[in-house]
Ligand binder design. Structure first.
Ligand code: ADP
Ligand code: MG
Length: 622
């Protein structure tokens, strides 16, 4: 008896299954891809498991469906509707094309396939039941347009393969990963994943990449990404990547690269992304990247790997440099630190999907590809922008909203006032070190760098208050605090305020307000402090009197001090006020010239100092 024999058909099927259907996750992948190819708008993946394995996988879509005659054909080996001739292989736009998946899945499980063709003239759907590759029955049933395929008892007839299955949690993590990847690649489709009847995951099919990212990874994660949008000669690259310093991980677990809509894993493309970050990427760390690369389909060969995760690119080097340049450009764009638009409110409400920490990392780590792409001349030949320059460009008021005219004028008057006062007084102390202004933050703080290389964050209001207060005190000492008004302002005060005026007026006049009785509870303001014209506003005077009247302090000197502080506070640049670089520089200079630049008159800090050591501690470098 000869030892050599021809394998039977069932065996052949099992071998084919070995390639495409290795595990429950590969079944999910193939079924979901079929639903995407069927142009579904909504895809529901419903999983159930017992303690040992995933028992049932059901995928429902509202796609184009199949006719009754095609239903059985779909399960034939190498039966596909997606290509018809070898030429079609160049330029594939669908996810499937081998016509193997359904046959392979049906060969190793119990499948119930129910489908109704979109726009068909029959009221019925077709249902096909196949066990281990054998057609059990074909019937007409009632069902909506679209397809539901239920796969049960996977590998029930292939014990060897069943033995190789990993734990349910491992399998689930692979399934989540696959569905997430497909959902991120097909933002126009809404995906819902149920496990044991509970919704675990949902995207909304808004079409916006950010919405999909927020749905999968959370809104906070999505906010820390910056947009990439480059339309080059070779490739169009668009998507989202980590802002510098955000969402960095020691493994490339959040790399989602697609070429022409097909998810791919490519070390050289990962390398290209990291290279685009250059020094913005901490050693050994990976950013998150969600990037779509669009190429001429003729440049891409997808027919390389049975599970199609790998593609061959005819001009890989060019694609690598296009990708690297796109990332570099995105990171060096001035708006890189701006928070992206919030995801759609619907998405925000339903961020039920918590971080899945227990997930398996599909790719642990790897060495850089040996064949490193050649560096392009620009922009890498030019010295890289320093972090300070980056911070400075981000902080630059040029990118902030143009301050409105009246507010800008007001600021200018306030600043000039303290400058003018200084000039009249003694000349500025020559030796003060004036920190270099980097820019404004939140229209309230001024970021500076001093000679020691420390980062200073100055509260613009507190700083100007200190300057104003010091100068006002000097004016008071010189008895030059008042400026007379051409026409006195009349004020009607409350009974209580009026009652305290005789006592207060002496102190107020030292601070610059000369206020005299004018009638029953009416007072005339003849002079206001020289330091600011705003102090002549009736409203401001009212506030100052009200506050002065509320002071319980008896010591007149201390009352004066309180009044002066209030006056200074009212006369200076406020928070939430855009300043120009020039204004910030003048304010910082004025602050540097005061005797106690580090606190405002109320004792609050004007300046936070972030030394190198402190920064190192904050970044956990120590
Ligand atoms: P491929 O996707 O490579 O064509 P499959 O074995 O996955 O091969 O599917 C075979 C055929 O069955 C597909 O070409 C398609 O015509 C049909 N099909 C499979 N799933 C669906 C579905 N969800 N909706 C509509 N048609 C489907
Ligand atoms: Mg398929």
């Amino acid at each position: 008896m000869g030892r050599i024999h021809v394998l039977d058909e069932e065996t052949i099927n099992h071998i084919a299954a070995g390639e495409v259907v290795e595990r429950a996750a590969s079944v999910v992948k193939e079924l979901v891809e079929n639903a995407v190819d069927a142009k579904a708008a909504k895809i529901i993946i419903d999983l159930s498991a017992d303690t040992t394995s995933v028992k049932r996988i059901a995928v429902t879509d509202d796609g184009i469906g199949v006719s009754a005659e095609d239903a059985v054909l779909a399960f034939r080996q190498h039966a596909t509707s997606k290509i018809s001739a070898p030429d079609d292989l160049a330029g594939i736009v669908t996810l499937g094309f081998r016509g193997e998946a359904l046959a392979s899945i049906a060969a190793v499980s119990k499948v119930t396939f129910t489908s109704k063709e979109r726009g068909a003239d029959t009221p019925e759907a077709v249902q096909v039941v196949i066990h281990g590759g054998e057609l059990i029955r074909q019937t007409a049933v009632g069902a909506p347009e679209g397809t539901t395929i239920v796969v049960e008892d996977l590998f029930y007839n292939t014990p060897a393969r069943r033995k190789f299955q990993r734990s349910v949690s491992t399998e689930l993590s692979h399934i989540y990963d696959i569905v997430e990847r497909i959902a991120l690649a097909h933002r126009e489709v809404s995906f819902v994943l149920l496990y044991q009847g509970k919704e675990r995951f949902r995207t909304y099919g808004t079409g916006a990449y950010q919405d999909a990212i927020a749905a999968v990874f959370g809104a906070a994660f999505a906010k820390d990404l910056t947009a990439v949008d480059a339309d080059g000669r070779i490739a169009k690259v668009s998507g989202w990547i980590s802002k510098p310093g955000c969402n960095m991980r020691p493994t490339p677990t959040r790399f989602y690269l697609s070429i022409n809509g097909r998810q791919v894993s490519s070390k050289s493309l990962q390398w290209a992304v990291r290279e685009g970050y250059g020094t913005l990427l901490p050693k050994g760390m990976y950013p998150a990247a969600f990037l779509d690369i669009t190429l001429d389909p003729r440049e891409v060969d997808v027919n390389v790997h049975p599970t199609k995760r790998e593609v061959r690119l005819s001009r890989e080097r060019d694609v690598v440099s296009a990708l690297r340049d796109a990332v570099y450009t995105a990171l060096h764009d001035d708006t890189v630190f701006e928070a992206p638009a919030a995801p759609a409110p619907e998405t925000q409400q339903k961020l039920v999907f918590e971080e899945k920490q227990s997930r398996i990392e599909p790719e642990k780590s790897y060495a850089l590809p040996k064949e490193e792409p050649k560096k392009a001349d620009a922009p890498f030949a030019s010295p890289k922008q320093s972090l300070y320059e980056k911070v400075a460009s981000y902080l630059s008021p040029a990118s902030a909203a143009e301050p409105d005219r009246a507010a800008a004028r007001q600021t200018e008057i306030q600043l000039r006032r303290t400058e003018g006062l200084r000039k009249e007084a003694e000349p500025a102390k020559p030796a003060v070190e004036v920190p270099e202004v980097l820019g404004q933050i939140a229209e309230t703080y001024i970021a500076c760098r001093n000679a020691k290389g420390e980062l200073l964050i100055i509260d613009q209001h507190a700083a100007h208050e200190r300057v104003m207060y010091d100068q006002l005190l000097r004016k008071i000492a010189e008895k030059k605090a008042s400026q007379e008004l051409l026409t006195p302002i009349t004020l009607s005060l409350s009974r209580a305020e009026s009652a305290s005026m005789p006592e207060l007026s002496e102190i107020l006049s030292q601070a610059g307000y000369v206020i005299e009785p004018f009638g029953q509870d009416v007072w005339a303001v003849r002079s206001v402090p020289v330091i600011s014209s705003t102090l002549g506003d009736v409203k401001v005077i009212h506030e100052i009197i009200a506050e002065a009247a509320g002071i319980t302090e008896k010591n007149p000197e201390r009352v004066l001090d309180r009044v002066v502080k209030t006056v200074a506070c009212r006369a200076v640049v406020k928070g939430n006020t855009p300043l120009t670089k020039n204004q910030m520089e003048r304010l910082v200079r004025q602050l540097a010239e005061t005797d106690s630049p580090y606190t405002c008159p109320h004792g609050r800090p004007t300046t936070l100092v972030l030394s190198k050591d402190k920064l190192a501690a904050m970044f956990l470098r120590t």
